[in-house]
Write a protein that binds this ligand. Structure first.
Ligand code: 48F
Length: 261
């Protein structure tokens, strides 16, 4: 049978439209498809919560692809290696408490498992604003990244969710928007974004997990954005804290939404 270009186009447009409409009401909307966001998405989707993830770039994976200085190997500590085991990502012991993984295997597997668990991932869509009702964040305002890049004057669309997760890494973009535009007081010491500090891998790894919590009503921070918002150093190319943080965010949010049967 001969292939018809118009049928190919219709198939893509119709199915994408259905997928996007379905995503406009979710339990959890995750912004950012780096390691923290993908892990959070996987654990929530596995428990059958309705999770959607919006990623600005063409590919998910954030800063994980490039390992350290583009050497595509990542390091994780013992505690986080268990998460890589759960995902079936192979690790190799370097020395006590230092395990190596191939960053390409890590990203592609985190992504594959999150999608297969039921998370809908939308790449090329950026969160440019939040929905706020009664000082609680209850959704996102989205636009095509291409619109943003070309500075086109095109209005966005909106989606609603019970919780939003800011997994945007160093930029902590969702919280930045919430702080700047919606006047919410953050649950930090100052009520504002504290900001990220210089490198201290050991402390930063522990703090990332501790800082993974609700930063303002309706928004959890996880991964590097947790340290950027609550204040904490950066950690460089060790990724255990990102994985542990994503898992913690999923667990905490699940407890607060509703118990599943
Ligand atoms: O930066 P990123 O990988 O965040 P993470 O999961 O992990 C941090 C590490 O990669 C590394 C580190 C630890 O070793 O310090 O930096 O916390 O992924 C964040 C993703 O969010 C996307 C961005 O393109 C990236 O893929 N992103 C950022 N802002 C937006 C966004 C936005 N407004 N809308 C959609 N996606």
């Amino acid at each position: 049978m001969k292939l018809d270009e118009v049928i190919i186009s219709k198939a893509i447009i119709e199915s994408y439209k259905d997928k996007l409409i379905e995503a406009l009401n979710a339990d959890v909307a995750i912004v950012g498809g780096g390691p923290a966001g993908l892990v959070c998405a996987y654990y929530l989707a596995k428990e059958k919560y309705k999770v959607v993830l919006f990623e600005r770039k063409l590919s998910v994976g954030g800063g994980m692809w490039g390992g350290g200085i583009m050497f595509n190997q990542i390091v994780v500590q013992e505690e986080a290696r268990k998460i890589l085991d759960e995902f079936d990502i192979r690790t190799k012991k370097y020395q006590n408490n230092y395990f190596l993984a191939d960053s390409v295997e890590a990203v592609s597997t985190l992504c594959s498992k999150a999608v297969k668990a039921g998370c809908r991932i939308f790449n090329l869509l950026s969160a440019e604003d939040v929905l706020v009702r009664n000082r609680r964040i209850c959704g996102l305002v989205l636009n095509w990244t291409a619109v943003e890049m070309a500075h086109l004057h095109v209005d966005p669309i909106s989606m609603r969710s019970k919780y939003v997760v800011d997994a945007t890494g160093h930029a902590c973009e969702v919280i930045k928007i919430a702080e700047r535009k919606s006047g919410v007081i953050l649950k930090t010491k100052t009520g504002k974004i504290i900001g990220e500090g210089s490198m201290d891998a050991d402390y930063a790894e522990r703090l990332t997990v501790k800082n993974t919590k609700e930063a303002c009503l309706g928004v959890y921070v996880c991964g590097m954005s947790a340290n950027a918002v609550f204040g904490g150093p950066r950690m460089g190319p060790i990724f255990g804290g990102m994985l542990l943080s994503g898992k913690k965010a999923a667990r905490e949010i699940a407890k607060r939404i509703y118990p599943l049967p």
